[in-house]
Design a protein around this ligand. Structure first.
Ligand code: LLP
Length: 430
């Protein structure tokens, strides 16, 4: 029996063929070749609106900082800028890309770790708000110059995330300052005559439950109250970070924004009033939620290989193109784009062209019978997909196209062989 695959926007099954935001993926692959990232402008906008509306309904002063690391394609940055997003950055490169896509300095936040002095100088010169990650960073920043505003990244001692690599708070975390140290940091900044303040946390990434936020926000607000009471400062913003998950596995559920609004945003509003914290902006820093399901990765089957033990589907995208399955064991749904109406009768490892055994996009995956030349679509590829890709094995990086009102546009050309050798210098007498 044909198992019904649940496809939702922007995916569509038209007589067994996959369409993405109204475009035939087969035609896209023929036109642009594979591996190819395909981005839906509409889906990014819908995701932004969905998240923003859920928060603003409860509390008026909301700022959404898009975490550029998830997908720093200039077009993606521009789309989110036009939605009204602010930008969370972690490197001079991300700041640069933010500035050239229209984010003014006052809309950019820097949440670095292990930050260099020249980065601090650039940030303070540009008037970009820094979330301080260590006492060392604060001391070095104040020596360079006294910024107008300082925010401290606090470790609320509660972390969460889809993989231990992606838990960014709690006892083992390298990020943020713990409560007592954070309070001291504000006192030091105040003595140095910093005049404006924010407070920040980011507990992890790929979080589908609301509960970790409930506890962490409670802790963050209790620290904010102590800073307010003991140091005597007011907060212009309280940043509760990003991390909102999207469903990857069939059994995963959607992030529940209604629950988040009632269990996190409403108590936030009550607590800041109870604690006398005024009306600070509530900032969030979503990366994945805004862009993950707005892109798919198209990859062509080169090889079907059957060993006495396993069946392998060899495709032209490996962990050089999408590293998440290899790096975190992450699950990405995969569709055989030209066989949506065929039953999933086979079990394959979907493997790439990289010469390492860890190079698999999926293990033991139920798929219809796959043939050479078939086109696969790896779903939810928009967050930490291209942005974590590499030239490993000397393979030029993939191209990216945007779907905008039913038409496709190249937003990043496919790398060529000379991209592999750019910046290299060979000694002539070798
Ligand atoms: N803010 C800060 C300070 C962050 O470090 C991050 C992500 C975010 C916001 C955005 O988190 P998001 O909303 O996207 O979960 N490469 C991993 C994810 C690492 C996230 C690191 N920090 C992955 O592919 O799952």
């Amino acid at each position: 029996m044909v198992k019904l695959r649940k496809l939702h926007e922007p995916l569509e099954d038209r007589k067994g063929s996959l369409y993405f935001d109204g475009c035939s993926v087969k035609e896209l692959a023929e036109k642009y070749d594979t591996p190819l990232y395909v981005v839906s402008e509409k889906r990014i906008r819908d995701n932004y609106n969905h998240l923003h509306d859920a928060l603003i309904r409860i509390y008026k002063y909301v700022r959404v900082y898009y975490a550029a690391k998830a997908n720093s394609n200039l077009t993606v940055l521009k789309i989110l800028h036009s939605q009204g997003a602010y930008l969370d950055t972690v490197s001079p490169g991300e700041v640069f890309m933010g500035l050239i896509t229209g984010y003014t300095q006052d809309r950019i936040m820097y949440t670095g770790t292990s930050v260099r002095n020249d980065e601090l100088k650039m940030l303070v010169d540009a008037n970009i708000t820094v979330n301080i990650d260590s006492q060392s960073e604060l001391d070095r920043l104040l020596k360079i110059s006294v910024p107008q505003i300082i925010s401290v990244r606090v470790n609320p001692e509660i972390g969460a995330g889809h993989h231990s690599h992606c838990v960014t708070a709690g006892p083992d975390s390298k990020f943020g300052l713990w409560e007592e140290e954070a309070i001291q940091a504000y006192a030091i900044a105040q003595r140095a005559r910093v005049e404006h303040f924010g407070i920040h946390m980011h507990i992890g990434s790929g979080i589908l439950e609301v509960e970790p936020y409930v506890a962490a926000v409670e802790k963050l607000l209790s620290i904010a109250k102590r800073v307010h009471d003991e140091v005597g400062i007011n907060f212009e913003f309280i940043d509760i970070g990003g991390g909102f998950g999207v469903p990857y596995k069939p059994e995963d559920k959607e992030f529940d924004w209604g629950e988040f609004a009632s269990k996190v945003v409403a108590p936030f509003k009550n607590k800041i009033s109870e604690y006398g914290l005024g009306k600070p902006f509530l900032c969030v820093e979503p990366g994945r939620y805004l862009v993950a399901d707005a892109s798919i990765l198209l990859t062509t089957v080169n090889t079907v290989k059957v060993t006495p033990a396993k069946k392998f589907v060899g495709v032209d995208a490996g962990f050089n193109t999408l590293v998440r399955p290899t790096m975190y064991g992450s699950y990405h749904p995969i569709l055989v784009a030209n066989k949506l109406d065929k039953p999933e009768t086979e079990t394959y490892d979907v493997v790439g062209p990289i010469c390492e055994s860890g190079d698999a996009l999926a293990k033991d995956r139920a798929l219809p019978e796959v043939a050479e030349g078939d086109l696969l679509a790896v779903l939810n590829a928009g967050a930490y997909g291209f942005s974590m890709s590499s030239q490993y094995n000397a393979r030029p990086r993939a191209a990216e196209v945007l779907i905008r009102q039913g038409k496709s546009f190249v937003i990043r050309g496919r790398e060529q062989l000379d991209n592999l050798t750019a910046n290299q210098k060979v000694q002539v007498d070798l």
